[in-house]
Design a protein around this ligand. Structure first.
Ligand SMILES: *[C@@H]1O[C@H](CO)[C@@H](O)[C@H](O)[C@H]1NC(C)=O
Length: 194
């Protein structure tokens, strides 16, 4: 396919509307909607180890957030759930059984903190069935130079859209370069009630 200016414009418009879609879909994984954190599937919250860490903690994360922070709105700098290093998981108990259609990931807008943003991730779901199975729902890469709020759909696979899910695990595989910790600001799981 030859890329024309028209194509580029279309893709730009498409991407913009895709991001808007994520922002407007019902947030089924919010604490206020009845979702909760599954501690058994959730990484420990980052805690400072050394003196300089304490200084960092105070500067960036003075509010010392719990994992539930990532299931609540708010992307002010520091309004995030921090976990140590660049790998971590967040387990979410959904308020009801759903067919998952996608996930929205948001990071703070402030350009001085991009390296703490998640990079590659996988969304897993626990299938509610006679023989429960773990299903890989989607994989994505948060674009740290893009919009602060980004939507990732469970698309191209009817089978994965049809699975009945009431627990999900977001597995962050890497971040954008900050060695000490990764910060999850806001994660929203979207779907339809079964
Ligand atoms: C990330 O977003 C920027 C700004 O919208 C865009 O120019 C770039 O192509 C995107 N990168 C990827 C890998 O999608």
């Amino acid at each position: 396919m030859s890329i024309t200016l028209g194509t580029v414009k279309f893709l730009a418009i498409f991407n913009a509307s895709f991001e808007a879609v994520g922002a407007e879909l019902p947030d089924l994984s919010s604490i206020t909607a009845g979702a909760s954190v599954l501690p058994a599937f959730t990484s420990p919250t980052y805690s400072p180890r050394a003196r300089w860490d304490v200084a960092l903690w105070t500067r960036l994360l003075s509010k010392a957030r719990s994992p539930a922070t990532a299931l609540s709105p708010g992307i002010e700098p520091g309004d995030c759930w921090p976990f140590a290093g660049s790998y971590g998981t967040l387990g979410i108990q959904m308020p009801s059984t759903i067919h998952v259609s996608g996930i929205t990931v948001a990071h703070t807008e402030v350009s001085s903190l991009p390296s703490t943003a998640p990079r590659n991730f996988v969304l897993w779901g626990l299938e509610q069935a006679e023989n429960p199975a773990v299903v890989r729902l989607l994989e994505g890469q948060y674009n740290v130079t893009g919009s602060h709020t980004q939507f990732f759909g469970v698309d191209g696979d009817v089978g994965r859209c049809a699975v009945k899910i009431d627990q999900v695990v977001l597995e962050i595989e890497s971040n954008w370069g900050f060695k000490e910790l990764t910060c999850l600001y806001h994660v929203r799981v979207h779907g339809q009630a079964v």
